[in-house]
Design a protein around this ligand. Structure first.
Ligand code: TXA
Ligand code: MG
Length: 349
């Protein structure tokens, strides 16, 4: 298949291009597009065939449900059997934005879209291209992250091209995304709202709006004895080709340890990657050293995490040693992704 790639300026989106992309989705085709979190692979959420095609293009297991993207709050109600008052309050505060909510699904949503579940995940993204495209596509766009299953989520159109060129009808290139980590998922089918995936909207922000909030037990357990409730969270996503290890502890000791590990592996003939920050990269004399961002601006760490992991795949690093980034606001989301990428391999110093 020939994939059409169109560049659209998010600051001044060309409506003729967006209308064309909307037509592709309405006719059952697939279009990758930018959101404020990561790029999504969009298809008509109410079209069973389109859902099948999304799973096939990503190579994704069909028990892993898709998020339905909407552009207006009114579009939520027909998708679900009820909207609990707390969910409505959260929607009013955080939508459009990097938040997904889970509800009991109505008959309107096909089981093909929800991976066979009786619940449905819904999100209203905050990105001018995404919102215009959803409206032009009929209002309901199923969109998982636009990566091949098992690869890091795409934060640039180039990443989508790497993974999906030739497999989908169209890629809308809207430049770099803003946040770089997937949306926070909150489950409202539980008695107490439960976080199934941490993201930019963190636990404290949710508590301030909702009161009591729980973390899914399967998220906290690193030994996989408890299954996470979001089927996608059980897979070892985001896995780089090399062995990734996180070194945790006081910064000076961390730098020392990574220097020592890198020296040993390089002496043994391996290509070694190091993930540090703007503040620390100067401390590493050996290895392929990349900065993930600045500790003084933690958003930059979230934004670059996935592209740094992809870059290490390209340089075929056999070992990658990373600092830990337990930053105040986004630390939980960043470390959730990094720990999964590392298969929970942590060295404490
Ligand atoms: O930021 C995002 O959410 C991006 C952009 C494109 O919007 N989308 C995204 O989709 O990350 P995806 O498919 O890569 O991740 C969706 C996650 C998966 O872990 C899936 O298992 C979970 O949401 N999920 C979807 N529907 C669910 C449901 N009904 N119950 C529990 N988990 C669900
Ligand atoms: Mg994904």
């Amino acid at each position: 298949m020939n994939t059409k790639i169109v560049k659209i300026d998010p600051g001044n989106p060309r409506m003729d291009c967006i209308r064309e992309a909307g037509r592709v989705i309405k006719e059952g085709g697939l279009v990758a597009f930018p959101t404020e979190t990561v790029y999504g692979l969009g298809g008509n959420a109410l079209d069973v065939e389109a859902s099948h095609r999304i799973y096939a293009a990503k190579g994704r297991p069909s028990d892993n449900p898709l998020i339905v993207h909407i552009a207006d709050l009114e579009s939520l109600f027909p998708l679900v059997t009820e909207v609990p008052p707390k969910a409505e309050r959260l929607a009013k505060k955080c939508w459009p934005g990097p938040l997904t909510m889970i509800f009991h699904k109505s008959d309107m949503v096909p089981y093909e879209t929800t991976g066979g579940l009786d619940s449905v995940a819904v999100r209203m993204p905050d990105h001018p291209i995404a919102r215009a495209l959803i409206r032009e596509s009929g209002g309901y766009v199923a969109a998982p992250s636009a990566n091949t299953s098992g690869r890091p989520s795409p934060t640039l159109a180039e990443h989508v091209i790497e993974d999906l060129n030739g497999k989908i009808e169209m890629i809308v290139d809207g430049g770099s995304v803003g946040i770089g980590l997937e949306s926070t998922i909150v489950d409202f089918t539980e008695e107490v709202p439960t976080i199934l995936r941490p993201g930019y909207i963190n636990e404290k922000m949710l508590r301030d709006i909702l009161g009591e909030v729980r973390m899914d037990k399967g998220l906290i357990a690193s030994d996989s004895s408890v299954r996470p409730k979001a089927p996608g969270m059980k897979y070892r996503h985001y896995a780089p080709k090399g062995a990734l290890m996180i070194v945790e502890g006081q910064q000076e000791k961390v730098t020392d340890k990574i220097r020592k590990l890198a020296r040993e592996k390089i002496a043994a003939g391996y290509t070694v990657g190091i993930i540090g920050t703007d503040e620390s990269v100067g401390e590493y004399p050996q290895g392929i050293v990349k900065s993930i961002g600045a500790r003084s601006e933690e958003e930059s760490i979230g934004r670059h995490l996935y592209s740094v992991l992809r870059e290490f795949d390209e340089c075929d690093a056999a070992y990658i040693f990373s600092e830990s980034f337990d930053t105040p606001r986004m630390g939980q989301a960043i470390m959730n992704r990094l720990l999964k990428a590392a298969g929970h391999q942590v060295i404490k110093v």
